[in-house]
Design a protein around this ligand. Structure first.
Ligand code: FES
Ligand SMILES: [Fe+2]
Length: 429
């Protein structure tokens, strides 16, 4: 059992004992309050922050008695999709964070319009295969089990090797046919994340996602993650980095005013403001698949600038799906937020932020940074979830980085990159 779960168990036990103990009501209430406050403090100080939003949680306005899910479905149904670029760029995409897949564990993940099974063999190596068994189509991730470094199908027990998808055993057949195999995805586990390579023509990786040495060596430790589902074309999410003008408009109100754009400009909270200075540039050969956004953030409270809270961040994008947001601050310490975008379907993206931070900096610091990033990000989510894609936007000179970004991003498309043929007419949030 993990330490937080054990502590929660002990806490509940003590709480139960207090409720049953022969104390007078006032003492009992006071002791319960102290215990609950300690539990809250313990969570705040020691547990990772995990904010996992469901697809209709953020960025939709539910009016007239509708639920948020209904509002989300309506926004998806009514939207004009625009003249879209291809929907699945070539590149590396995060499938899972490593810590959610223990040895012998099996998960079903939807990526790039496909169902995949992700499992960790008994040797500790993670594998990604197509989820549907080629025999009669059972989903290997639903009831399948790990045997050595193979996955065993729950239907008739065929076993498929993790490294190449080849069928190794059919429990009731004398011979395993040569052609019996399931598609295996090129995968790579780095920075405590499991990534897969996608290329529309099945070509081998042209570049890799670099290792962040401090994560591998344990100097930076896991402090939390967020997950959002975004109803937009993938390109719109990284393009935000080159959209310099939106920072001063969307992200200037203090984080206390929240993420709902109907209220972020409320007068109540306008004594806190964020100021941003940003530059976006593509990198050159041999790293032309990378780009960098340099962010200088300053905080003002009642018009006073707080220089101690000035934060400089380098956001290095590696391909279409992975960004390293690197923090290096004189007293808040060093760390990284891995920001990953993975297409689930043509117009649905899973975006995760996973924070690793200096182990000797109290966990509340990276948790606060992650929460602040999450509030700012959810403002963008509200825009993305309701916007259309404009192939020829009406830009002014000051927006020129957007066109530059579109040219840079187009390197991830090739002639056969899949395009959206029909807008879906059924919705399933
Ligand atoms: S469907 Fe998988 S073994 Fe038969
Ligand atoms: Fe933004």
């Amino acid at each position: 059992m993990s330490v937080p779960k054990a502590a929660a168990g002990i806490g509940l036990g003590v709480l139960g004992a207090l409720l049953l103990a022969p104390l007078d009501a006032l003492w009992r209430a006071a002791l319960c309050a102290v215990l609950l406050a300690s539990a809250w403090l313990y969570r705040l100080l020691f547990c990772p922050l995990e904010l996992l939003r469901s697809p209709d949680d953020v960025g939709y306005v539910a009016r007239g008695g509708r639920s948020r899910a209904q509002a989300a479905n309506e926004a998806r149904r009514r939207r004009k999709v625009g003249e879209l670029p291809p929907v699945y760029p070539n590149g590396w995409y995060r499938v899972l964070d490593s810590h959610v897949l223990r040895r012998g564990e099996v998960k079903n993940v939807s990526i790039l319009g496909e169902q995949v099974v992700v499992f960790r063999g008994e040797d500790g190596k993670a594998h990604v295969l197509d989820a549907y068994c080629p025999h009669l189509g059972a989903n290997l991730a639903v009831g399948g089990r790990v045997v050595g470094s193979c996955i065993e199908c729950p239907f008739h027990g065929w076993q498929f090797r993790g490294n190449d998808g080849k069928c190794e055993k059919i429990p009731y057949a004398e011979k395993v046919p040569e052609f019996a195999k399931v598609r295996s995805w090129t995968s790579h586990e780095v920075n405590k994340q499991i990534l897969v390579w996608f290329h529309c023509d099945g070509e081998a990786p042209e570049w890799t996602v670099p290792e962040q040495r401090e994560i591998t060596q344990g100097e930076w430790v896991y402090r939390g993650r967020t997950e959002h589902f975004i109803n937009a074309h993938i390109q719109e999410i990284p393009e935000n980095a080159a959209d310099i003008a939106h920072l001063a408009h969307l992200h200037t109100p203090g984080i206390l005013s929240g993420a709902d754009l109907r209220y972020t400009n409320s007068k109540t909270w306008d004594f806190v403001r964020h100021d941003w200075k940003v530059q976006w540039e593509p990198e050159s050969e041999p790293n032309k698949h990378c780009s960098q956004m340099l962010v200088k953030h300053a905080l003002t409270v009642f018009g006073w600038h707080w220089p101690l809270l000035d934060v400089h961040v380098v956001a290095r994008q590696v391909g279409p799906g992975v960004v390293f947001l690197l923090f290096n601050h004189s007293f808040l310490g060093r760390g990284v937020i891995m920001h990953c975008v993975t297409p689930v379907e043509p117009l649905l993206q899973c975006v995760s932020h996973t924070v690793f931070y200096q182990s000797n900096v109290p966990a509340v610091v990276p948790k606060f940074i992650l929460k602040a990033e999450c509030i700012q990000f959810e403002r963008d989510v509200m825009i993305w979830n309701n916007k259309t894609y404009i192939a020829k936007p009406l830009l002014v000179k000051e927006d020129s980085a957007i066109q530059k970004h579109r040219r840079w991003f187009s390197q991830f498309y090739s002639d056969n990159s899949p395009r959206l043929r029909h807008q879906r007419d059924t919705l399933d949030f």
